[in-house]
Structure formats: structure tokens, C-alpha cells
Design a protein around this ligand. Structure first.
Ligand code: AVI
Length: 320
């Protein structure tokens, strides 16, 4: 396997007790969705992406296959490509194949093993490309390593509609952070899930094989392992629905009975039917998205969509 050295900026890689307790002691119990992505969770997410019901991955891949050459033209030669939440980097080669002499590729992800494997795969596929993987919680400010050659511009790649997992105000803040990293003249290629028939959304987050349910419940398994919690997974059920008022899919874990769960030494009481909110997945139409990014200093330069307008990929620029 090709050896790429990892820039390790992730604290200990485990769930923070303080953050978890704060969430579980709130009136609406909640857990940060980044906790869904331990090694098992990342593998389950890959399985979700292959499901018939989970349309975003295929729609985005179709867009990338059809328009990557145009995207590369927008980006221009000799860019530094920074991928946020790169995971298994499946869509990246579609872009790298078209880019003109990219200077370096920096995938950033919290899931160390997945990052290492995917960075090694990219490095062996593109032997002339400098690959600098960074293991970090990318929502915090990340100090980028220096590249061997200077880049003409910094371009961030954020596929998969992961921005939708932030509430709009946090999404705006994160877009600003990316803007600071890329600097004036920088670019951002980003995937966005469009508003659509709620039934289609419902199926996408309630698949028949129960992989999404397992992905959601795995967060409790993680708390048991990493924080000595004693959640009984048979006493919670995956519950996901589209909330049209906020245009978001909400994923919850509902307690099937009244029970008390221990996390470290703290007792957390659950009423029957009470839920832990584990993820929000916001959907945007084009105007709403343009307004969101404008609030963070970005301008939509070009937008590509699939033939059913399920998903879109936007190229955003920060004017000098
Ligand atoms: C990573 N993110 C964009 C996915 C989504 O659709 O919000 C995570 C996911 N949750 C359930 N299924 C997929």
C-alpha cells in the first residue's frame, strides 16, 4: 500500500463526555451527529449510499460524471483541492481526473482508518499528486500543512450534501470558515440536496433493510463502548421523518419504555416515547441556498443538477 503520512489533529477520537451529557440532559435530548461516524458508523454510511432508496449518492454521481469537465474548467489549473469530510473519497477521482495539474489534495476527516485507506488509494492512483490527509474535526479551525508547490488557488470540495447536517446558522458559520481557509479568489464545489416529495425523503431515511436504523442505533453502541454507558439497544427505535416547517429530515432514537440509562456515573431518565435527536438533514431550493451562501461571503458561479432536480452541485467563488 502507498504510504501517505497523516496529519493527526483529532483530540482522542472518542466522544466527549461533557458534550454528550449536555445533550442528554437538555429538554429535547440530543447527540451531535458527528458521533454517528465511528469506524462501524462510517461503514454503515457507505452501505446507506449504495441503497436504492438513498437517491442522493447516485444523483450526485450522475451530475459529477456529466459535468466534472466543466467544473474543472471553472476551477482552473494548479489548484490545491481540500476535501471536507472526505470519507472514502468515492467522488473525488471523477473530479481529479479532469483537473489540470492539481498541486495537492488534502482530504480532511474525523474517521482515521477510513481516511488513511482512502488517502493511500488516491495517492497510488495519482502518483504525481501530493496527498496530505488530515485527521480532524473539520468544523473547528484546521491548520493546513504546507504543500511542496505553491497553488494558484485553494478550492474546497464538500460533496454529499453534508452541509445539510448543520442548522442554517451553523452552516453559515462553517461556510465562512471555509471562506477564510480558501481566501479571496478561492472556490468551493459543494453538493446540495434539493427540496422534493416528502415520501421520497421518508423512504431515503427509512430503508427497507434497516441499515439507516442500524446507523442511528450505533451511536448508542458507541456511547456504551467509549463512555461506559449502559444503553440497551432493544429499548430504543430509529425514527426519521420529514419536518416541512423547517424543511429538514429529523432522525431520532425513541425510548420504547420508561427507563433510566447511566452514562459514566450520571443517570439519564427517559419517559416512554421520549426521543434523542441525533441528526437534522436540511433540504434547500436554489434561491434559499444562494441566499445562505451569500450570507457567508460566497457567490454561486454555476450550478449543475440531475434530470429530476433531486440534487445539485454548485461552484461558489469568493470574490477578491
Ligand atoms: C452525511 N449526510 C449528508 C447524510 C444525510 O443524508 O443527511 C447522513 C445520513 N443520515 C441518514 N442517512 C444518511
Amino acid at each position: 500500500m502507498n504510504n501517505v503520512s497523516l496529519h493527526d489533529l483529532a483530540p482522542a477520537g472518542s466522544a466527549s463526555l461533557q458534550e454528550v451529557l449536555r445533550g442528554l440532559l437538555s429538554p429535547q435530548k440530543e447527540l451531535p451527529c458527528k458521533l454517528l461516524y465511528d469506524t462501524i458508523g462510517s461503514q454503515l454510511f457507505e452501505q446507506i449510499c449504495a441503497l436504492d432508496e438513498y437517491y442522493p449518492t447516485r444523483a450526485e454521481l450522475r451530475i459529477m460524471r456529466a459535468a466534472a469537465a466543466q467544473m474543472a474548467e471553472r476551477i482552473g489549473p494548479e489548484c490545491l483541492l481540500i476535501e471536507y469530510g472526505s470519507g472514502s473519497s468515492t467522488k473525488t477521482p471523477l473530479l481529479l481526473d479532469q483537473l489540470e495539474r492539481p498541486v495537492a489534495y488534502m482530504p480532511i476527516d474525523i474517521s482515521r482508518e477510513v481516511l488513511q485507506d482512502s488517502a493511500a488509494a488516491i495517492a497510488s492512483r495519482y502518483p504525481g499528486l501530493e496527498v496530505l490527509p488530515i485527521c480532524a474535526d473539520y468544523t473547528r479551525s484546521v491548520q493546513l500543512p504546507t504543500t511542496r508547490a505553491a497553488a494558484a488557488r485553494r478550492v474546497a470540495y464538500y460533496p454529499g450534501s453534508t452541509l445539510g447536517n448543520f442548522v442554517p446558522e451553523a452552516a453559515r458559520r462553517f461556510l465562512k470558515t471555509i471562506g477564510e481557509v480558501c481566501g479571496p479568489g478561492g472556490g468551493l464545489l459543494i453538493g446540495t440536496d434539493q427540496k422534493k416529495d416528502p415520501l421520497m425523503l421518508h423512504r431515503a431515511y427509512n430503508d427497507a433493510l434497516g441499515i439507516t436504523a442500524d446507523f442511528n442505533l450505533n451511536i448508542l453502541r458507541r456511547l456504551n463502548r467509549e463512555l461506559g454507558a449502559n444503553f440497551n439497544l432493544d429499548r430504543f427505535r430509529h425514527y426519521a421523518f420529514y419536518n416541512p416547517v423547517f424543511a429538514r429530515v429529523e432522525m431520532h432514537l425513541v425510548s420504547l419504555i420508561a427507563q433510566v440509562v447511566r452514562v459514566a456515573d450520571v443517570e439519564i431518565p427517559f419517559a416512554r416515547g421520549e426521543s434523542i435527536w441525533t441528526e437534522a438533514s436540511y433540504k434547500y431550493n436554489q434561491d434559499e441556498f444562494a441566499e445562505l451562501v451569500a450570507g457567508a461571503g460566497w457567490r454561486v458561479e454555476q450550478m449543475w443538477t440531475d434530470d429530476r432536480s433531486l440534487f445539485s452541485v454548485e461552484y461558489l467563488v469568493r470574490d477578491k
